[in-house]
Ligand binder design. Sequence first.
Ligand SMILES: NC(=O)c1ccc[n+]([C@@H]2O[C@H](COP(=O)([O-])OP(=O)(O)OC[C@H]3O[C@@H](n4cnc5c(N)ncnc54)[C@H](O)[C@@H]3O)[C@@H](O)[C@H]2O)c1
Length: 273
Amino acid sequence: MSQNDTSFTENSGASNEIISNRLKGKVAIVTGAGHGIGLAYAARLALEGAAVVIAELDAEAGEKAEAELKNKGYSALAVATNVTDPGSLDEMAKKTLDTFGRIDVLVNNAAIFSTIPMSRSPFDEIAIEEWDAMMAVNVKGAWLASRAVSPAMKKQMSGKIINISSGTALKGSASRIHYVTSKAAILGFTRTLARELGPYNINVNCVAPGNTLSEVNPDESTLSFRNAGANDRALKRTEKPSDLVGAVAFFASPDSDFITGQTLVVDGGSFMH
Ligand SMILES: NC(=O)c1ccc[n+]([C@@H]2O[C@H](COP(=O)([O-])OP(=O)(O)OC[C@H]3O[C@@H](n4cnc5c(N)ncnc54)[C@H](O)[C@@H]3O)[C@@H](O)[C@H]2O)c1
């Protein structure tokens, strides 16, 4: 997937006049921030005053995101990161500390998602290697990234970890059971990590997006799949990355200081609980 300047600005919620400075002085790491919704999270956190680390497997995309943020006057650093590799994540944490001196926010956004074929994949036809790769990035990656930043957060006695699940984990879905299972794991991961890190004043919360048009240049079939999401929502329109950034900024900010272990569904009222 590619991105461009226009989507970058739109997705950050830049047109929203209520943007505040509530993350001034904070340092936020967003995994998988070179493309899609992660890029929008990074842009919004920067807009709210944070220095942002783009921890991205696609090094070229990460560097492009860093340049775009810096061009707009924000502090940013791209770190080529593979969330399945503990050494790579330790390096991510080290480079963040060396450059910005602290780690306040981690958004566990990296996942195998848009690269899964849109075609329906019955549960008994999924290749074992594909199942393992899904769990390695989507589940183990969030665990390893949290493990890498937690020493700095514990030392500070403060921090915000925001995990990204999916509405599919709450509703079920008639395909891609490996993806849905990985996103369901993130719900339990969030609750347990919140209990373990609570004594260190670290909040752990989760955002569950609905079907979101995260592609910059979607083909016809992708567009119709994304637009179809509007049908079972209370709010009848296609979900965009800009719909999600406010929830992540809220969980990153002091406004959510007494909220932990929670999952916020942001899907226009498709799944209600
Ligand atoms: N788009 C949706 O409809 C939707 C719905 C619900 C939840 N989500 C979740 O939102 C998040 C972002 O989704 P998206 O649509 O922007 O997906 P995307 O595929 O566009 O972005 C994922 C990003 O993660 C990066 N990445 C993949 N493997 C990595 C690794 N091993 N290490 C580091 N980075 C890696 C990719 O390069 C990419 O930049 C994902 O967690 C996804 O599961 C998306």
